[in-house]
Design a protein around this ligand. Structure first.
Ligand code: HXC
Length: 257
């Protein structure tokens, strides 16, 4: 937990991770990427944590990949080092992650939010893929995740013009899960996290995995994948507990087993 560019807090079964380079609007440089990757790997290993919330300090969630760090890079630097590959490891996190988008989520910042499972946006949030203005394009999955989230019409509009949209418009087009008044953002995000954290980790992981696979698989294969995971959960003690608790009209006490 000795991070320089992020902060990590644990509140019961909820982790709160905050991108913390506010002077650079939380621009995502190599150090931020490494710390986020390490932190979420540790969260996946930590048996006391069920879900996390990712947010940004100051007036940005993240204003993109660090332009000053990228500016001098050559094709071979980017290609051979696969400069952004760490983010694929973050995207492969197995426990649910809620993005609490408090301000600018631009370029890599918007792409990072889209790697999360729920996006809860402040009405003051600003989303966009402005890379076109820098002579490049999205490079952390934005073209595919944005298109899958909002469809071609809106994705082309955002990627080709680089324009920003606010949290309310992002909600209307289906980019975010919920939009809330700015001052209530963290309260709502942490309450959603606590609601999720009450459930059994094996079922949360399975639910996350099957919805993520839904975007990759043809329907018949997706349904089969879902069925196998669903059937597998009948091997857990928490399935017995959840269903017994229902019959006995009492709250379930899950043990992540
Ligand atoms: C490095 C950044 C940065 C970034 C902001 N800063 N965004 N530094 N990389 N992406 C720094 C500024 O240089 C400035 O530092 C400080 O943060 C405050 O920003 P200002 O521009 O002064 O603030 P403001 O005028 O309010 O404008 C806010 C803004 C603007 C509209 C968000 O900062 C902006 O347009 N940022 C870039 C957004 C962007 O293009 N993102 C996409 C990046 S490319 P100083 O030292 O001057 O105070 C990308 C590619 C991802 O993400 C895919 C992989 C290829």
């Amino acid at each position: 937990t000795d991070y320089k560019t992020i902060t990590f807090e644990q509140k019961g079964r909820v982790a709160l991770v905050t991108l913390n380079r506010p002077d650079a609007l939380n621009a995502l440089n190599a150090e931020v990427m490494q710390e986020v990757v390490d932190c979420f790997a540790a969260i996946d290993r930590n048996k006391d944590i069920a879900v996390s919330v990712l947010t940004g300090a100051g007036r940005a969630f993240a204003a993109g990949a660090d332009i000053k760090e990228m500016q001098p890079q050559s094709f071979s630097d980017m290609y051979v080092e696969d400069y952004f590959a760490g983010w694929d490891r973050f995207a492969a996190s197995r426990k649910p992650v809620i993005a609490a988008v408090n301000g600018f989520a631009l370029g890599g910042g918007c792409e990072l939010a889209m790697m999360c499972d729920l996006i809860i946006a402040s009405d003051k949030a600003k989303f966009g893929q402005p890379e076109i203005k820098l002579g490049v394009t999205p490079g952390m999955g934005g073209s595919i995740r944005l298109t899958k989230a909002v469809g071609k019409a809106k994705a082309m509009d955002l990627v080709l013009t680089g324009r920003m949209i606010d949290g309310t418009e992002a909600d209307r087009i289906g980019l975010v899960s919920r939009v809330v008044p700015h001052d209530t953002l963290m309260e709502v995000a942490l309450a959603a996290a606590e609601e999720i954290a009450a459930f059994s980790v094996p079922s949360l992981m399975a639910a996350k995995e099957m919805v993520a696979r839904a975007l990759e698989l043809p329907t018949t294969e997706g349904v089969k994948f879902e069925r196998r995971l669903f059937q597998g959960l009948f091997g857990t003690a928490d399935q017995k507990e959840g269903m017994s608790a229902f019959s006995e009209k009492r709250p379930a006490k899950f043990e992540d087993k």
